[in-house]
Design a protein around this ligand. Structure first.
Ligand SMILES: Cc1ncc(COP(=O)(O)O)c(C=O)c1O
Length: 364
């Protein structure tokens, strides 16, 4: 399939996957590496699948420079299940779950934690309509915190942490669903990082958890078996049937990222794409208006508005006719959003910028 037949895909998630990965999966779809069946048809207990599974873990450790003493889990239930698993496993009685409230996804994490234990919002940007991320010094860690939870990239608002707080001995837990592997991160600053795969890692159906082994090993026996980190940690994420096809796809995406030269290069490419889009917004003389505060702008989700909602509808309609997909903002906030995850090609961003300029010429 040639490149021009593929849509310009700016979906927020599930989102664009690398064409090379899709082609590789296609070539292996029916007969996986000479085994006479698809990877989907194999036992998760067999050596062939297990190699794919372990290689995916290894690749993630290598690419993200995950230090010794951490493990990687492949779970199901999406990042939304992690909103509950984090407090169920780690919020002991007498301790407080400390949350940084930065918008739509942080809010969901907080609501789940409130069902489970004592929860406190220790910093919030609600007064700024969540259009910025707090500076590290705004985040003050309570003495009795079990952990500090933050959302590294708010997918809906289009904001992203530029720098993470230092929480000392208290584990820092990050929902990185929409920006994992978009740049190098010092993983040793975190107790746990989790992410649904369907933006930067692969297809939906698997959630990656990266955590210090001490946080994974000691889950309370009072919570259901499948919701204990320790169950999955002790069984190499093979306690029950894993989402094998999704994990295989994650393996291919990680291999693709490695072949691109690793995360420093990926970050440069992402910055170049983001600069293109924010550039056309900023030079439009207020025709396009970026939603997020400049120092909190997301490299992954570019949110912007036009002066009136009717014009936004026209923009989405005409963009759709020109082959652009996924530019409508989330229904809860409206406006426009271009999600430019790792796999979105630079050429797609160039095409969008061209379209935006022409749209302004016609309507400005
Ligand atoms: C930052 C963030 N957290 C959590 C979620 C929820 O993920 P899931 O649908 O895998 O439960 C999303 C999904 O868009 C997200 O963007």
């Amino acid at each position: 399939m040639e490149q021009h037949q593929r849509a310009y895909n700016f979906n927020a998630g599930p989102a664009a996957l690398p064409l090379e990965v899709l082609e590789r999966a296609q070539s292996e779809f029916i007969d996986f590496r000479g085994h006479g069946m698809s990877i989907m048809e194999m036992s998760h207990r067999g050596a062939v699948y297990e190699q794919v599974h372990n290689e995916a873990k290894q690749l993630l450790k290598e690419l993200f420079h995950i230090p010794d003493g951490y493990d990687v889990l492949f779970l199901q239930g999406g990042a939304s299940t992690q909103f509950a698993m984090v407090p169920m496993n780690l919020l002991a009685a007498g301790k407080v779950g400390a949350y940084v409230h930065t918008g739509s996804w942080a809010s969901k994490a907080i609501k789940e934690a409130e069902l489970i234990g004592e929860t406190r919002v220790i910093a919030s940007t609600e007064a700024d309509r969540f259009m910025r991320m707090p500076a590290p010094e705004e985040i003050v860690v309570p003495a009795n915190a079990a952990y500090v939870h933050l959302t590294s990239n708010e997918t809906i608002e289009g904001t992203q942490f530029a720098a993470y707080p230092d929480t000392g001995a208290v584990p820092l837990i990050a929902d990185m669903s929409s920006d994992i592997l978009c740049r190098p991160v010092d993983v040793s600053k975190f107790g746990m990082i989790y992410a649904g795969a369907q933006k930067n890692l692969g297809p939906s159906g698997v959630t990656v958890v990266i955590a210090k082994e001490e946080l994974l090993a000691n889950s309370p026996a009072t919570i259901p078996t499948m919701l204990r980190y320790s169950t999955h940690y002790k069984n190499n994420s093979l306690y029950n049937t894993p989402s094998s096809f999704s994990i295989y796809m994650v393996n291919l995406v990680l291999q693709w990222l490695k072949d691109r030269g690793g995360l420093a290069q990926v970050e440069r490419d992402n910055q170049a794409k983001a600069e293109l889009l924010y550039g056309v917004i900023d030079s439009s003389g207020d025709f396009y208006r970026g939603c997020a505060a400049r120092d909190s702008r997301s490299m992954m989700n570019v949110t912007f508005r036009l002066t009136d909602e009717e014009l936004e509808k026209t923009f989405i309609k005409e963009a759709g006719e020109a082959g652009f997909v996924g530019l409508k903002g989330h229904r809860s906030v409206g406006g426009l959003r271009a999600s430019i995850y790792n796999a979105v090609p630079y050429a797609s961003c160039e095409a969008l910028v061209q379209f935006m300029k022409q749209f302004q010429q016609k309507n400005g």
